[in-house]
Design a protein around this ligand. Structure first.
Ligand code: AKG
Length: 206
């Protein structure tokens, strides 16, 4: 499945906009999301470059008595490791500066997920390996390629919030979001094109 470019993002020139336009929604229980549609312009060109050049890993996981393929490709960049494109370094640093007072520490790591088509997905979870299990924190996600729904729901059950994310959109999950809410990218029956998400996290949040 090829990426169908956005009609609104027909430039090859990569540019991050200002973060002042970001809008916060309080979800309850101390969780919030900040959303900025189209933060990165020229994002289709970035999608193509990341899809072609990142050393993607296909992982396998034990599921009951089977080993199954994880339905998406992955790459991970630890603190201090060069990111696969300079605009991602710029994005991480801009996010660290914007949230410095509230977060009290920089974003240091980057996880990349490549959803090749609607069969790729990630199940409901919170990022609770490490400090996200005990402390308020933030996870910032820049999405490029075809929009896919990111769903959020209270960990104890409740109404689901849906945010379609692609083509340079930014979402930041903050406060208690990783502990008190869960998120997922569900499979889609429609013929959806590919999407890459780049998740920036502070030290020891996974
Ligand atoms: O692709 C996304 O936007 C979400 C990724 C995610 O939740 C994860 O990798 O933990």
């Amino acid at each position: 499945m090829h990426l169908q470019g956005s009609l609104f993002d027909q430039t090859d020139q990569l540019r991050l906009g200002p973060l002042d336009g970001i809008r916060r929604t309080h979800l309850g229980s101390g969780a919030w999301i900040d959303v900025l549609p189209g933060w990165l312009t020229g994002s289709d060109a970035l999608f193509e470059q990341l899809a072609a050049e990142v050393p993607w890993r296909a992982e396998r996981r034990q599921m009951y008595d089977h080993v199954v393929a994880v339905p998406r490709l992955l790459a991970h960049y630890r603190a201090g490791e060069p990111l696969p494109h300079p605009v991602l370094t710029e994005a991480r640093d801009a996010l660290s500066a914007h949230y410095a007072d509230e977060l009290g520490e920089p974003f240091t790591t980057a996880g990349l997920c490549y959803y090749r088509d609607g069969r790729d997905s990630v199940a409901w979870h919170g990022d609770r390996i490490g400090r996200g299990a005990r402390e308020d924190t933030m996870v910032a996600i820049l999405s490029v390629g075809t929009p896919r729904d990111l769903l959020l729901r209270p960990a104890g059950g409740g109404e689901t919030v849906r945010r379609p994310l692609g083509h340079g959109d930014l979402i930041v999950m903050g406060g208690s979001c990783q502990r008190t809410w869960e998120h997922c990218v569900p499979k889609s029956n429609r013929a959806v094109g590919p999407r890459i998400s780049v998740q920036f996290r502070p030290h020891n949040v996974n």
